[in-house]
Design a protein around this ligand. Sequence first.
Ligand code: B12
Length: 285
Amino acid sequence: MTYRIKRVAHLTGINPATLRAWERRYHLLTPLRSPAGYRLYTDEDVAILARIKRLIDEGLSIGEALDRVRQTSLPLSPQADAALLDAVRDEIADALLSMDRPRAQAAWERLSSVPSLRRVDEVLMPVLRVVGERWACGEVGVADEHYATAFAREKLAAIFAELEGGIAGGPLAVCAGIPGEYHELGLMGAALHLLDAGWRVIYLGLSVPLEEIGRVAGERRAAMVCTSVMRPMSPEEFARLTCELRRVLPEGTEIVIGGGGIPDRFDPPPGRVRVVGELRELLAA
Ligand code: B12
């Protein structure tokens, strides 16, 4: 979706004159141009501007905010914190599988200096995979999986509140689970990646009728709808899902689907339906 400068000013709270000045002075963004020469900003442009506005509202100068945005959009060197993340990941998995919440909590608190998305992608999600493997081979029971999931869900919800607190403008995404899918945490992970990138997120949770997802996204002109397929799905079922979602959603709304339950082979989905593997691919495009 693209936006004219007046709409961007409305969404981000940055007035048009400032937007033009930043473009001239800092070469911040080079918006597309309409045939008539009007600036056209993309969703990503608006997300970056919303992040800068948030940082300035937090007291940074424009220069500092630019540095921060440029730095955080550069991937952190994997080495940074790797040893700490490895140790904490193993400690949390072991603590949760022995239902020792205080030990898991103490380990989690050692990550306070690590960026929230790294805590999600490199600690919580891998811990859930370990729990899943141990459940699948019968080493642990559903109760152990539930115990670990409850801890992970609580941490994801806390990061959601932390990130959502600073969001002012930005394009809108609706994150919603489809009927019959009871896995929620991949969907929450997607919502966190969007919030961190400056998107506004309407999080509807699990088992939302497709028509309702369509209504909410339509009424609020959402730029994106995200959902997660973790329960194994057949190619036919997946094709039905993508077609149904495309039918109930406005043309301008991109649909992004991720999750380990997506069949390995599936027919090419309808227009503006994107199937992704990892969370970080959500905004990579
Ligand atoms: C917790 C859990 C449950 C809980 C869910 C509770 C909750 N509130 O979420 C409950 C108990 C409900 C459950 C039920 C079942 N589960 Co379960 N579950 C899990 C477990 C342990 C963690 C799930 C999770 O949150 N994963 C999140 C991350 C860790 O998963 P991930 O695949 O790495 O996801 C990455 C990408 O796929 C991507 N992604 C995922 N979603 C999205 C969405 C978007 C938009 C994007 C961009 C990216 C993205 O990003 C993630 C992180 O990088 C997994 C193990 C696992 N490996 O995931 C099994 C697992 C998913 N479950 C499985 C199964 C089989 C089931 C049941 C069918 C079991 C049964 N017989 O009843 C039921 C199905 C219920 C249903 N109708 O959905 C299997 C699925 C096998 C498969 N896909 O081939 C798994 C993999 C366990 C296993 N190892 O076999 N489960």
